[in-house]
Structures are given as structure tokens and as C-alpha cells.
Design a protein around this ligand. Structure first.
Ligand SMILES: Cc1cc2nc3c(=O)[nH]c(=O)nc-3n(C[C@H](O)[C@H](O)[C@H](O)COP(=O)(O)OP(=O)(O)OC[C@H]3O[C@@H](n4cnc5c(N)ncnc54)[C@H](O)[C@@H]3O)c2cc1C
Length: 481
């Protein structure tokens, strides 16, 4: 009996896809790759429960078969692509909301529920899960944890770890473990093993359920945009606002080029890009949230301070609304519309480094020159404040990539690698929201030095045969396959 026969016997035919046409879509995510780089899995499993996941992992363990879990498949660096074939676990069939506990402000959800599905379920209780990437419509609870993505509202609520209380996983041997502190909001007990899951990319096990902390929905929100002559001036202004203790909920610096990427609805209506002053190099989109009176007074204080930083308020509300609509309110435009540069020809490709805040502007100029050197069309840089009340930025350094052009895809990867290495040389990190996948694996030692040995040991403990998403984090060679 082959392992696929066993999967069918144990899980049932309806949960196991073997037809090439059904498997094909699982061979790529949103990362730039040429059509011949699609790597469909050998078999796809559609589990309904943690027990199903346990059953399939036990079969994989017995036969030494790779297992790759995926959610919405919108990862931009190939994290969920099953590069060694084997079993792909489509977790989106596990999307139940298990429990809502309004008193304790927690929700328990299966890992395949999208972040939007979680929010739809808890909204009647006047609660929300503030961890909200643009891709919340398709990004799942499990993948948000596994790739440690970032959120529009990071400056107030942080990243997924700030909401993650507990998670259930199936390890590489098929053991079911609950990691974390259940509904208590924090703990000083034990090692914080659940924290290892953030950015683990399914290499330690498959996340099957999670308990997440919710927050009250703020009574009001006001979004504004200010333009600055330099990126550094926008950074200094944000530092000053944090010092002032204002009710900032979101803060995103866009370079001038990047704004244009986010204003599709404005362009569709007016047939042109929004006008911003010639001298403006950086745009800060900032949201204040809380009671109306608090928002009004904090906003007024922020605008008063803005005068000290040569900033100018964008008065045309349509520009601000167009940006916010793309970012948050509606489905992110690229998911549904034909871009001027359609996703059927060109893909959004990005590097996600993090650098010390004092060198952000210097790094921005490096990004532009590295993209130009590799002959890539620049979309621009977006710098998000990603940690509560702190001046640490997630960076998205984005370019267009024509994925039908092999040479351009190769140049994109070189661009990505160069920025990753540069970020470490700047005393920063290679990744702030996409994790490592196989792409950053060759440079892992550069960032982590001798501690890489401990990471490998942790992996071995959870996944002794190395079957869980092999090739990710430690690279193809490190996978021993
Ligand atoms: C238009 C667009 C906008 C985006 N906006 C943002 C943004 O604002 N912020 C941001 O950070 N990113 C953003 N991204 C990148 C990406 O969408 C997110 O990182 C998202 O979290 C990926 O979710 P997914 O469900 O599609 O994950 P997938 O691509 O399916 O998987 C991502 C990783 O998680 C692992 N994984 C998935 N489920 C599990 C599980 N249950 N257990 C263990 N491992 C698992 C996979 O193996 C893979 O390594 C965007 C992407 C696009 C295309």
C-alpha cells in the first residue's frame, strides 16, 4: 500500500486530492516565479480536524514524506510552496470558530479561518482582532502565526504574537501539543514555546487551532496624511508623536512612488495620479482611534507639532480615502482588479528587511540604487510602525516583476538577496514580515551566527525526521533530501 492509498483509507477519498488539475494550484503562491517553477505536491489533503492532521502526519512520518501546510497561498516568498513535493495540507478546510469568550476577550479558532472570518464572528460582541494585514481576506490564523506577518495597526497592537495566547500544533511525529497559557493574557511560567511558532513557517509542526486575544472596537477613527520633504523628517515626527503619548493606531510612511501604488480608486475616478507637492519625498498616513473627543484633541496636537517638521497636511480627502480603502476598508484592490500593470503579467515582489531607525533614510536610498542596478521597475518603499508605542519599522521595498521573464525573476531574487544582506550589515534583520523560506536560507548564518545551531536542535526536537516543510528556513541543502 502506498502512503497515498493509506491517506485515502484513513481520511476518506473526499479529503484527498490526487488529480493533477486539482493539485496544480498548490504549486505556487504569490512569490515571483516563472511558470516552469510551479512545483505541485504529490497529493493534497483537506483536513477537517486536528485528528485528521494527526492521522496524515503519522502516515507521513512512517513513510518519511514531506508535509507542507498552507493557508491562502498569498505568501510572497514561496513559504507554502512544497519544494520537495509530498503532501500539501490545505488548512482552509479547517476554518471553524471554536469559541468566543467576550468576557475574557478571547477567541479560539481553527487555523484555516481567515483573519477576516475571525473578525466577522467577534464583531457582534463589539470586539475585534486587530492583527490585520492587507491580505486579511485570505490570510489565515495559522499562516499569520507561521509567517509572522505584520498588521496595519501594529503601532498600537503589535504583531500576531501580541495577540497569541495559546496554539495547538501537530508536531513532525504526529504528537498533538498545546503551547501557551490558555486564556490568561500573559505568563511567567515555563519556556514560552508558543513564541517559537511566530515565523516558524510550518517547520516545527502544523498549527491546528489558536486562542487569540481580542480588543474592544475603538468608537471612532480618523485617518490623515502628511507630506514631508524627507523620509527622515517623517521618522523624527513619529518619534515626537510617540513621546507626546497620542492615541495613534496606525502609522505608515510611504515614499512618493509608493503612494501611487495605493491610489487606484483615485486614478480610476480622476484618470490621473493624485497631485502632491513637488518637494514632498515622504507621505505619512496616520490613524488616531478612541473616543471622538480624544481623537479630535490628539489629532489637533499632532498637527500643531507637524509645523516643527516642515510637514504639510494633505487636504484632499479623496487621496487619503483612496489610500485607506486600498489598505484597509475594502478588499485590497490587487485581489480583484486589473492593474494598469496586471498581475497576469507582472507581480508585486518585495524585500522585507528591518534596519535601525536612525539609518532608515540611508537604507531607502540603497533600496532605490539596488533596484536600479538590477534593472527593476520600482514600486517604492513602505515603512510601517509594527510594535506597540515604539519606533521600529517593518519595511516593504517593492518592485514589479514580470514573471514570464526568467532573467527578470533572477534579477529580482538577486535584488532581494542584496537588500537582505545589506540590512544585516546595517545592524538590522533580513526579515520583518515574510520570514525566511528557502530564499533567505543561505544568509541565515550571517544574521544568527552560532545560534543557528540551537535553531536546528529546536527543529530536530519538534520534527526529528525533517518532514515538516523541508527546505524552508534551513535551505534545500539543510533539508537532507
Ligand atoms: C496583495 C497582498 C497584500 C499583502 N499584504 C500584506 C500585509 O499587509 N502584511 C503582511 O505581512 N503581508 C502581506 N502580504 C503577504 C501575505 O499575504 C501574508 O504574509 C499572509 O499572511 C500570508 O497568508 P496566507 O494564508 O496566504 O499564507 P500562505 O502563503 O498559505 O502560507 C504562509 C506560510 O505559513 C505556513 N503555514 C500556513 N498555514 C500553516 C499552519 N496551519 N501551520 C503551520 N504553518 C502554516 C506556510 O507553510 C507558509 O510557510 C500580502 C500579500 C499580498 C499578495
Amino acid at each position: 500500500m502506498t502512503y497515498i492509498d493509506e491517506l485515502v483509507a484513513v481520511l476518506g477519498r473526499e479529503k484527498v486530492l490526487t488529480d493533477p488539475s486539482e493539485k496544480f494550484v498548490y504549486g505556487a503562491d504569490w512569490s515571483p516565479r516563472t511558470p516552469d517553477e510551479f512545483v505541485p505536491p504529490d497529493v493534497v489533503v483537506l483536513p477537517r480536524s486536528t485528528k485528521d492532521v494527526q492521522r496524515l502526519v503519522k502516515i507521513a512520518y512512517a513513510h518519511d514524506i514531506p508535509v507542507t501546510a498552507g493557508g491562502g497561498l498569498t505568501g510572497m516568498l514561496g513559504g507554502a510552496v512544497p519544494i520537495f513535493g509530498g503532501i500539501y495540507v490545505d488548512t482552509t478546510t479547517m476554518n471553524a470558530i471554536v469559541e468566543i469568550d467576550p468576557k475574557n476577550q478571547t477567541v479560539r479558532a481553527q487555523a484555516g479561518a481567515t483573519l477576516q472570518e475571525v473578525n466577522d464572528a467577534v464583531q457582534p460582541y463589539d470586539l475585534w482582532l486587530p492583527h490585520q494585514p492587507e491580505s486579511k481576506w485570505v490570510s489565515t490564523v495559522g499562516s499569520a502565526i507561521a509567517c509572522d506577518n505584520d498588521s496595519t495597526f501594529g503601532v498600537r497592537y503589535g504583531k500576531i504574537l501580541n495577540c497569541l495566547l495559546s496554539a495547538e500544533i501537530v508536531t513532525g511525529t504526529g504528537e498533538i501539543l498545546e503551547l501557551g497559557h490558555r486564556k490568561a493574557h500573559f505568563t511567567s511560567s515555563g519556556y514560552k514555546l508558543k513564541d517559537l511558532l511566530a515565523g516558524s513557517e510550518g517547520t516545527l509542526g502544523i498549527i491546528t487551532e489558536a486562542t487569540l486575544k481580542l480588543e474592544p472596537i475603538p468608537p471612532s477613527r480618523r485617518v490623515d496624511m502628511l507630506v514631508f520633504p524627507r523620509m527622515g523628517a517623517a521618522v523624527d515626527y513619529l518619534s515626537r508623536l510617540l513621546k507626546a503619548g497620542l492615541c495613534i493606531e496606525a502609522a505608515h510612511i510611504n515614499c512618493k512612488r509608493r503612494l501611487r501604488f495605493y491610489t487606484h480608486s483615485y486614478k480610476l475616478k480622476h484618470g490621473k495620479d493624485p497631485d502632491i507637492p513637488q518637494w514632498a519625498e515622504a507621505l505619512l498616513a496616520i490613524a488616531f482611534a478612541g473616543d471622538v473627543e480624544v481623537v479630535d484633541s490628539h489629532r489637533a496636537h499632532a498637527l500643531k507639532i507637524a509645523k516643527e517638521f516642515e510637514a504639510q497636511l494633505v487636504e484632499e480627502r479623496e487621496i487619503v480615502d483612496s489610500w485607506w480603502m486600498s489598505k484597509y476598508t475594502l478588499d485590497f484592490e490587487p485581489f480583484k482588479q486589473t492593474w494598469p500593470d496586471s498581475q497576469t503579467k507582472k507581480k508585486f515582489g518585495a524585500a522585507d528587511p528591518g534596519v535601525p531607525v536612525g539609518r532608515l533614510e540611508e537604507f531607502y536610498h540603497k533600496f532605490i540604487s539596488v533596484a536600479e542596478k538590477h534593472g527593476l521597475e520600482i514600486i517604492g518603499m513602505n515603512a510601517y510602525l509594527a510594535h506597540p508605542n515604539s519606533i521600529g519599522f517593518s519595511l516593504s521595498c517593492a518592485v514589479f516583476v514580470n514573471y514570464r521573464d526568467k532573467d527578470e525573476v533572477r534579477r529580482f531574487r538577486e535584488f532581494h538577496d542584496e537588500l537582505s544582506r545589506l540590512a544585516v550589515a546595517f545592524e538590522g534583520t533580513m526579515s520583518t514580515f515574510m520570514s525566511d523560506t528557502y530564499q533567505k536560507a543561505p544568509y541565515l548564518e550571517l544574521e544568527h551566527g552560532a545560534s543557528l545551531k540551537y535553531m536546528r536542535e529546536v527543529k530536530r526536537l519538534f520534527d526529528p525526521k525533517g518532514i515538516m516543510n523541508p527546505g524552508k528556513k534551513f535551505g534545500r541543502e539543510g533539508a537532507g533530501r
